[in-house]
Design a protein around this ligand. Structure first.
Ligand code: T3D
Length: 258
């Protein structure tokens, strides 16, 4: 994992894309390591929340364009199907909440990675750039699905078609990021948020993520049914009983993930 760092402190794992000289552009090994890291953390009961950030001045500049021109590059459709799509799904289906700490420019598939996080906090000076059009491509890695849902169809069309960068301040205005903080506070703020999430009931968090995701494809009646089913699962946990007990005893709950 030469270009990826995974550090765990308590119940929070922080993943750092670590190719700062190339603005953390995505190579085959980096994509494979990143996907493997998300899958490993998904299965690790000791980890309850994940932070994703980038080293240096960028979050991620998307596909490494030098690698794309190399002799070993897969045809573009295959690369997307084999490497990008499973990576995005490893994030969106991850049972742990993922906080994006967007430290600088998030361009191309780097923007898609940011959109695939559950909550984003941005540094002042960060930006989101659907650079795909500048190299004759369409937004991929979930950007066309995620961005309209995050900021609305009209703004998403503007950002995708013009390829104008969306500043951190505008991203906050459109609800894409939860808040904007000074750069030197970014990772600390994201980890503090992740620690709060990690104190939650793990199954309830996982089911909340799933319910929010399935809602897009359901009508109200279907979603009411899905909520009932998932609530049945959450309600059967020891953590639900602990939550009620803690409420009655006026103390903080101690959720164990069972
Ligand atoms: O497999 C497939 O191809 C399909 C998947 C496609 C998904 C995609 O992500 S397509 C979109 C790919 N990404 C881009 O088009 C963004 C390219 N980068 C930029 O537009 C700019 O670098 C930024 C706007 C992100 C930042 O601009 P700036 O002026 O702050 O930095 P810079 O000088 O352009 O870049 C600094 C270094 O990073 C530079 O290297 P050097 O010259 O100092 O050795 C530059 O080449 C390198 N770099 C930046 N982005 C990439 C990159 N190297 C390889 N690939 C990159 N994407």
């Amino acid at each position: 994992m030469a270009d990826l760092r995974v550090e765990t402190a308590g119940a929070v794992a922080t993943i750092t894309l670590d190719r700062p000289d190339a603005l953390n552009a995505l190579t085959v090994p980096l994509k494979e390591d990143l996907r493997a890291a998300f899958e490993r953390l998904a299965a690790d009961d000791a980890v309850r929340a994940i932070v994703l950030t980038g080293a240096g001045r960028a979050f991620c500049a998307g596909q490494d364009l030098r690698e794309r021109l190399g002799p070993d590059a897969l045809p573009l459709e295959d690369e997307i199907r084999v490497r990008y799509n499973p990576l995005i799904l490893a994030m969106r289906t991850n049972p742990k909440p993922i906080v994006g700490a967007i430290n600088g420019v998030a361009a191309g598939a780097g923007a898609s990675l940011a959109f695939a996080c559950d909550i984003r906090i941005a540094a002042e000076g960060a930006s989101f750039l659907l650079a795909f059009g500048r190299v004759g491509l369409i937004p991929d890695s979930g950007a066309t699905w995620l961005l309209p849902r995050l900021i609305g169809a009209s703004k998403a069309a503007e950002v995708a078609l013009t390829t104008d960068p969306l500043s951190a301040a505008d991203a906050e205005r459109f609800g894409l990021v939860a808040r904007v903080v000074p750069a030197d506070q970014l990772v600390g703020e994201a980890q503090a948020l992740a620690r709060r999430l990690a104190d939650g009931a793990p199954l309830a968090l996982a089911l909340t993520k799933r319910a929010l995701e399935t809602a897009w494809d359901h009508d109200l009646a279907q979603q009411l049914g899905a909520e009932a089913e998932m609530q049945g699962q959450a309600g059967a946990t020891a953590d639900h009983a602990e939550g009620i007990q803690a409420f009655l005893e006026r103390r903080q709950p101690r959720f164990r993930g069972s």
